[in-house]
Design a binder for this molecule. Structure first.
Ligand code: NAD
Length: 479
């Protein structure tokens, strides 16, 4: 298949080959900026998933014994090829999911670090020697890959999630079947092309494009899938968790958030306010770790709101390829309806729109709400748009209590000069991640990334994925 055809109508990548959907069906992928046609992609069916899982299973029998130096070399080669194909990947992030250039560049650079960090993992899949009570026994544990890993990724950071999860799974000796978001299949198809060029054997990495709602259960419930890693909404995460529980398939779930930031009266507002803006407006608020709740101590509340509104009013909404643009189009009509509903419902019930609230095409203006109360949907549900609520608090203790008053538990932050309160907050917040004097949006290749409660199960990152995607085996030698 030539490049043009692959871009016009994406195909699955199974057993080292490009393939149409078994039933020949396709679906349309739209550019969210104006809903114009971006490409067509193979609409996978259960038969395609079965074919991909069979390929990954067959591939695993040889790949599991591959040498660390070979996996390391191939992963470093993936990073090299990504650099040579940077323009293509960045263009895809802009035109397929509406990333502004600065987010696309950020995502590309972050993804490179993910792949390189995974290369370093290959030599670190280690067990240990264990003392034994049995005389003359040498006792040890070894870590072994699990087999076929199902990777399911969302639309918003497709290159970061694909790079991290696929690279970590391959680094420790697993093979992969990847179901990318139906809104971002091209990115994963490009990644498959790069993985193949880097020399990974047939069956190591397989991509099936299609609608998650139609074929997801076939993948997560497949008897030959040994691990599932899912990133996406909490509702689908819960559904997958139930399927995995039934089949005893280990899994990690990286789900939604309603992340809080607490700002105490002693915070340096000159530094805090720009970081607050970065915490929510990046990619138009379509970040799981974005701050959608700010709790601000009353003495600085008005000043914080005033300065935040000034910055929000100036956040770039221009050409996606302009380096100043921050606000992205909301990905789909369904998600736009959700963002609109959250704002309209809040306003109808008495909230104040300090700034924003209007739409320019498919982009929602950066929106700050005050006077948000419990009966408003925006108070507790994930909006996934450039919309955040600012609440006054009378004390640090109230801030902590309110920050913890949520079913989610992904990222969190506190801004203060008081180290005791800052650490108390970090240790008391029921969230997977906490940043002191830094924004809730922060990720690195080797950190334990993930959330509690409705925000997920388990952590990802090099060490966390290595532990999750391998199993220990106990071996003894009677001497
Ligand atoms: P989504 O849940 O709509 O879709 C995610 C993926 O699930 C897609 O690939 C989709 O095809 C697939 N899917 C749908 N039904 C399925 C099924 N029955 N079985 C298996 N897979 C199925 O999420 P989205 O709109 O693409 O992404 C936004 C959501 O993802 C937000 O809730 C956001 O907070 C979350 N997210 C979380 C993290 C994190 O690390 N915690 C990171 C990014 C996004």
């Amino acid at each position: 298949m030539n490049e043009t055809t692959r871009i016009r109508t994406l195909q699955h990548f199974i057993a080292g080959d490009w393939a149409e959907a078994a039933e020949g069906a396709t679906f349309e992928v739209l550019n969210p900026l104006d809903d114009s046609l971006y490409c067509h992609a193979a609409r996978g069916s259960a038969a395609d998933v079965q074919k991909a899982v069979a390929a990954a299973k067959a591939g695993f029998s040889g790949y599991r014994d591959s040498l660390p130096k070979d996996r390391e070399r191939m992963l470093l080669r993936v990073a090299e090829i990504m650099e040579t194909r940077k323009g293509e990947l960045v263009d895809c992030l802009i035109d397929e999911i509406g990333s502004p250039l600065q987010k696309a560049m950020f995502e590309f650079e972050k993804a490179l670090t993910m792949v390189r960090a995974a290369a370093g993992l290959c030599r670190n899949v280690r067990g240990e020697t264990i003392p034994s009570d049995r005389p003359g026994t040498f006792s040890m544990s070894v870590r072994e890959p699990l087999g076929v890993v199902a990777v399911i990724t969302p639309f918003n950071v497709p290159l970061i999630k694909t790079s991290r999860l696929v690279a970590n799974a391959l680094a420790v000796g697993n093979t992969v079947v990847h179901l990318p978001s139906e809104m971002a299949p091209h990115l994963s198809v490009l990644f498959a092309d790069i993985v193949a060029e880097a020399g990974f054997p047939a069956g190591a990495y397989n991509v099936v494009t299609g609608m998650g709602a139609e074929i997801g259960d076939e993948l997560t419930g497949h008897a030959d899938v040994d691990f599932v890693t899912f990133t996406g909404s909490s509702v689908i995460g819960q559904h997958i968790n139930e399927i995995c529980a039934k089949n005893k398939t280990p899994n990690t779930l990286e789900l939604g958030g309603k992340s809080p930031t607490v700002i105490l009266a002693d915070a340096d507002l000159d530094k805090t306010v720009p970081l607050a803006a970065r915490s929510i407006f990046m990619f138009g608020g379509q970040a799981c770790i974005g701050t959608s709740r700010f709790y601000v101590e009353r003495p600085v509340f008005d000043e914080f709101v005033k300065r935040f509104a000034m910055i929000a009013g100036k956040v770039g909404m221009g050409d996606l390829r302009s380096p100043d643009t921050v606000i992205a189009p909301i990905i789909s009509e369904r998600q736009r309806a959700r963002v609109r509903d959250h704002i309209t419902d809040a306003v109808a019930k008495g909230a104040t729109v300090v700034t924003g609230g209007e739409w320019e095409g498919n982009r929602c203006q950066p929106t700050l709400l005050t006077g948000v109360s419990e009966d408003m949907t925006v108070c507790r549900a994930e909006t996934f748009g450039p919309v955040t609520s600012i609440y006054p608090i009378d004390s640090y203790e109230e801030g902590l209590e309110k920050a913890n008053d949520t079913d989610f538990g992904l990222s969190s932050a506190i801004f203060t000069k008081d180290i005791d309160k800052a650490f108390h907050f970090a240790r008391s917040i029921d969230a997977g991640m906490c940043h002191i004097n830094g924004p809730t949006i922060h990720d690195e290749a080797h950190v334990p990334f993930g959330g509690n409660g409705e925000s997920g199960v388990g952590r990802e990152g090099t060490d966390a994925d290595m532990e999750a995607m391998t199993e220990l085996k106990w071996i003894t030698v009677q001497l």
